[in-house]
Design a protein around this ligand. Structure first.
Ligand SMILES: Cc1cc2nc3c(=O)[nH]c(=O)nc-3n(C[C@H](O)[C@H](O)[C@H](O)COP(=O)(O)OP(=O)(O)OC[C@H]3O[C@@H](n4cnc5c(N)ncnc54)[C@H](O)[C@@H]3O)c2cc1C
Length: 416
């Protein structure tokens, strides 16, 4: 579909517009955005069911997986088609399956498309697109985060050729309402740590899986910890070759960094305007004429502009198909370093209103929650320090940082 003309794209836009108008509800711009924090941020089973229905409707209309291969349930179209749907659907209520909805389509789906067997892709990709299956990322463990290759969760092969999983994972966003986890496990502890790893798609309703929500600083419980006690996983659910998990992990990390800023809310769009959320906040707290506040707003405006330009550059390079796949680290690092600064600016402008507020005062509570959430992208998906390591080694070609544990069998290393 690469040879489409401007007329083809215009025809597609008309078709999309007509479908949206006939099938979805227009968005009420005054409706408060769902805040990422507090109990309200947690998705109730009823809300998840509603959002799955909405997602199914869009899938049946032929507007999910727009660039994904048609043989696995996508539409086989181009990024230009995808952009048209994104532009046109902005004014409509589309499914919001929360953070796990994003990990399903931005990280787990693309990784499975790249490394799953045909049978696995034919079964699961259409279900991921239709909202029937929500997938989360089961990578981090109490003893393995930045050092992802250090995971200890064991998968042991049975005589029948299937696998038995034992261990635990932590910080899994959205696991409490998910169906499957893309899980990294150690299948051979007798070889160096990067070589004995394998990925599995684990049904989270399996016997032996325990999921516990973790209470966060922002009041919500989006994160979970999971325990696996003799969980049987079919070999058909293996993603990639046995022992080749690090190859799959590298693909996954690229998608995770390109996945964009999951916290990006409408306040960041339109960076050419002078930080409209902060201008509104300054007016509400009566500080619009204060010279320090005006400096702070201008600073936030520059941050928005720099991030917007950088993200657009990285996205354009990624679309060209020739760019260094690690380029997403720039966007990730920009978000990880600049989001906390912008969040602090909001709190500084709000002053007392940002630390004590009425629950229904959305402007003040948003400022406070933005502050509490400000460091998410400094950690999630790889910390700022790990992005800097990646940029220096994989983009600038500097020597790797020294490591003592690359060539020794995993079971001979000391773990804490
Ligand atoms: C909002 C959020 C969502 C998340 N969602 C998920 C999820 O869905 N699934 C999942 O599996 N995990 C998830 N995580 C976990 C996340 O991937 C880890 O927290 C992250 O990789 C860091 O690992 P860690 O917490 O173990 O910190 P550590 O790796 O212990 O790091 C501690 C500190 O040491 C620094 N450090 C470590 N190694 C180096 C090094 N080599 N060079 C320089 N500095 C270093 C780090 O930068 C950090 O400052 C999430 C985290 C957050 C905050």
């Amino acid at each position: 579909m690469s040879g489409q003309t401007a007329d083809d794209l215009e025809a597609y836009r008309r078709e999309v517009r007509a479908w949206l108008a006939a099938n979805l509800d227009p968005r009420d711009d005054d409706a408060p955005a769902r805040l990422r924090g507090g109990d309200a941020a947690n998705l109730s089973p009823e809300r998840v069911a509603q959002q799955r229905d909405l997602q199914r409707r869009v899938h049946e209309g032929g507007y999910t997986g727009i660039t994904w291969p048609a043989e696995f349930g996508g539409q086989g179209l181009t990024p230009a088609h995808e952009e048209i749907f994104a532009q046109e659907s902005r004014g409509y209520v589309v499914a919001d399956l929360g953070i796990a909805g994003l990990t399903t389509t931005r990280v787990c789906g693309p990784t499975i498309l790249a490394h799953g067997t045909d049978e696995f892709r034919r079964t699961h990709i259409p279900r991921m697109l239709s909202g029937e299956e929500i997938w989360v990322q089961l990578f981090s463990e109490p003893g393995a985060g930045s050092d992802l290759a250090g995971v200890s969760t064991r998968a042991t092969r049975t005589d029948a050729g299937d696998w038995v999983l034992n261990g635990s994972k932590v910080w899994t966003s959205g696991a409490y309402y998910a169906d499957y986890g893309l899980c990294l496990a150690r299948t051979d502890p007798t070889v160096p740590k990067h070589r004995g790893l394998t990925w599995f798609g684990v049904p989270l309703t399996s016997d032996g899986v325990t999921i516990r929500p973790i209470r966060e600083i922002n009041g919500s419980s989006e994160f979970c910890e999971e325990f696996f006690d003799d969980v049987v996983v079919s070999d058909a659910n293996r993603i990639g070759a046995v022992g080749d998990g690090w190859t799959v992990a590298r693909t996954m990390m690229v998608f995770e960094r390109l996945g964009g800023d999951p916290d990006e809310s409408p306040r960041h769009s339109g960076a050419r305007e002078l930080a409209p959320d902060l201008v509104a906040l300054a007016r509400r707290v009566g500080r619009q004429d204060d010279p320090v506040t005006r400096q702070l707003i201008a600073r936030a405006h520059v941050i928005d502009l720099v991030k917007e330009q950088l993200d657009a550059y990285v996205a354009a390079q990624a679309e060209s198909g020739t760019a260094n796949p690690n380029l997403g680290s720039y966007s990730k690092l920009a978000a990880g370093t600049l989001n906390p600064v912008r969040a602090s600016i909001g709190l500084e402008i709000a002053a007392a209103a940002g630390v004590a507020w009425h629950p229904e005062d959305t402007e003040a509570s948003t400022t406070a929650l933005n502050y509490l959430n400000g460091r998410i992208l400094a950690i999630a998906g790889g910390t700022n320090e790990m992005q800097r390591n990646g940029i220096s080694e994989r983009i600038l070609g500097l020597p790797r940082e020294p490591a003592h544990d690359l060539d020794r069998p995993f079971n001979e290393l000391r773990h804490n």
